[in-house]
Every structure is written in structure tokens, then in C-alpha cells.
Design a protein around this ligand. Sequence first.
Ligand code: AP5
Ligand code: MG
Length: 253
Amino acid sequence: MSDTESKTYKKCINCGKHYSVALMINKLYCSEECASQYRRCENCGNFYLFLGPPGAGKGTMAFKAKEHYSIPHISTGDLFRAAIEDQTELGKQVKSILDKGDLVPDELTTAMIKERLKNPDSKKGFILDGFPRTIPQAEALKEIIKIDKVVNFTIPESEVVRRLSGRRVCRNCGESFHMEFIPPKKEGVCDKCSGELYTRDDDQIDAIKNRLSVYNKSTAPLINFYKEDESLVNVNSNQKPDAVFNDLKEILK
Ligand code: AP5
Ligand code: MG
């Protein structure tokens, strides 16, 4: 144990007690008891993160995977849109940022996700979709939990524009459709819950272009960040949805 390490103290993420980092389990928990309370087990492998440019199909695949693996789908984009819909303080703060396709500041986003991860439904695993989107967010997540697999959905930029400009989302359950590629059985109506389908405010061409440039500048560097800890796997998202999901299942099994 180095001198600096033995003198460094950190909060246990379960009970909040300050503890010597060198004696902590995975540098996160002060004791075995806290580790087991915080998550089911170190090897259960249900903590997933979906990375990839806007329109890559993260949400579409997360919808399938959450049912297949019985774990929650936590999308920061969905959480922000719900806050806007409910006209909460947070919603009012972030509306114009989302409409333009810019990023919500790290502090707000990280605070929101920390709160969400306190929910008991996420203790056995989750799919994080759209978080982290910056290196500081990834550093903050590292302090909270160890991610088992980072899936990076790859797709050419030209395809992103086609996918997002044809997207329709269910106002009720959040399922995504595409007017050309994944059309609903009845126009304007969700196949799953009969909810109303709508076009997202940020699926306009200017906002799509801005989201792509924000992705390249702030989010793409996460690929190398997660390559370094060897948890990143690429999935070719430029295939039919069933083929993408089959590849995904091979990775997450
Ligand atoms: P968010 O909601 O996360 O938007 P995004 O990253 O722009 O991603 P999308 O939801 O547009 O794409 P997706 O990959 O989920 O694609 P989908 O499956 O729908 O974030 C929105 C905003 O919130 C951000 O711009 C930012 O302002 C803010 N925000 C969120 N997180 C933040 C954070 N961490 N920090 C700061 N700000 C944050 O598919 C797209 C379309 O393609 C659909 O029509 C679908 O039907 C179709 N499709 C999917 N798969 C296929 C396929 N295989 N073949 C053909 N079509 C397909
Ligand atoms: Mg999405």
C-alpha cells in the first residue's frame, strides 16, 4: 500500500461512512455487507451501458433488452423529457437545451442519475442509455458502480439522419417506431399500448446536426475511456433490428 493511498479516504457508496480507499472493496464499499446490500453480487453481470451516436438504436435495443433481462431501462433523455412534460423546475431549466440538441450541464445530469439509481429497482442491474455522455459524467459513474459491459452501437452518420427524421415515439410507453423501417401497424398509434405517436422536438434537421457534432466532440471520447478498462464491445447497428438484437444477446449473455 502506498503512503498516499493509505491516507486517502472515500465515502462508502452504500452507507456513506468515510473509509480508507486501500481497505475498501473495489474502492467502493467499506465492507462485504455494504457491497452485498448495494448490488446483488460482483459477478452477476447485469449492469450495462449503451453508448453510440443519436439514432444508433440505443433506445430501441434497450426496450427489447429490458424485457429479455428483466432489468430497468434508464434513459437520461427520457428522464429529461418526463421532467419537461411534468413542467418541473428541472424540466423548465433543460427544455431549450434539449430542443437545440446541446448537452445538459454535467452537475444537473449526474445529480439526476444518482437520485434515479437510489431506486431499489436498479440494485439488481440496469441498462443505462444516454449516460454518461462526457468524461466527467463517466468519472462520476465510476464512483457509483462498476459497469459490467459497455455496448457501443456503431452506425454511419448518413443513416443517423434518415433514422431520426423518420422516428415516431409513443407518448405513453416511450417505444420508438420508424415511418419507413419499423412502421406501426396503424399510423400514429403504438403497437404495444395504443398510445399516441409523436415526433420529438429535437428530431428536426438542425437539432440532429447539432446532436451529431456534440456527440463527436463530447461523447465519442468515451469509447477510448471504456476501451481502457476492457468493458467495451462494438455492435454493428446498421442491420435489421432483429439482427442487432441477436448480436447484443451474444454479448450480454
Ligand atoms: P437522448 O434521448 O438520449 O437522445 P439521443 O442520444 O440523441 O439518442 P436518440 O434517442 O435520438 O437515439 P437512440 O440511439 O435511442 O435511437 P432510437 O432507438 O430511438 O437525449 C436527448 C437529449 O437529452 C440530448 O440531446 C441532451 O440534450 C439531453 N441529454 C440526455 N442525456 C444526457 C447526458 N448524459 N448529459 C447531458 N445531456 C443529456 O432509434 C432511432 C430511430 O431509428 C427510431 O425511429 C427507430 O425506430 C429506428 N431504428 C432503431 N434501430 C433500427 C434498425 N436496426 N434499423 C432501422 N431502424 C432502426
Ligand atoms: Mg434514445
